[in-house]
Unconditional design. Structure first.
Length: 113
């Protein structure tokens, strides 16, 4: 890294709406920020029927994030909740499409109201 490098802004927002938990990824999710994404999911209060991961404001999504999504999908199948992923902007979503993850994950156009 150089002295002029500045990591892009990144945040994760988590909330509960009844039996739905929503985790929104904002900015670039990479190997350095993936632990914050995982931590937000881990800290959710148990008992949700649906976990929504909102990628609509995500500008980059690294393979470390894909691993988390696949693990959560498996955990959902085991523990009885559904994982839904709000599609990322086209330039980010393309990676999911190329990897054919639409066959393993359920993508939706927008978060539930």
């Amino acid at each position: 890294m150089t002295d002029t490098f500045r990591a892009p802004p990144f945040s994760v927002e988590a909330e509960r709406r009844g039996t739905t938990a929503i985790v929104a990824v904002i900015g670039e999710l990479d190997i350095a920020t993936a632990p914050r994404f995982q931590e937000a999911i881990t800290k959710l209060e148990a008992g949700y029927a649906t976990l929504v991961v909102d990628l609509s404001k995500c500008t980059f999504f690294a393979s470390s994030g894909i691993s988390i999504l696949l693990e959560e999908n498996h955990r959902g199948e085991t523990n009885g909740f559904e994982l839904l992923v709000v599609k990322a902007p086209p330039e980010v979503q393309r990676m999911f499409d190329l990897a054919r993850l639409d066959h393993k994950l359920t993508f939706i156009e927008q978060p539930p109201a």
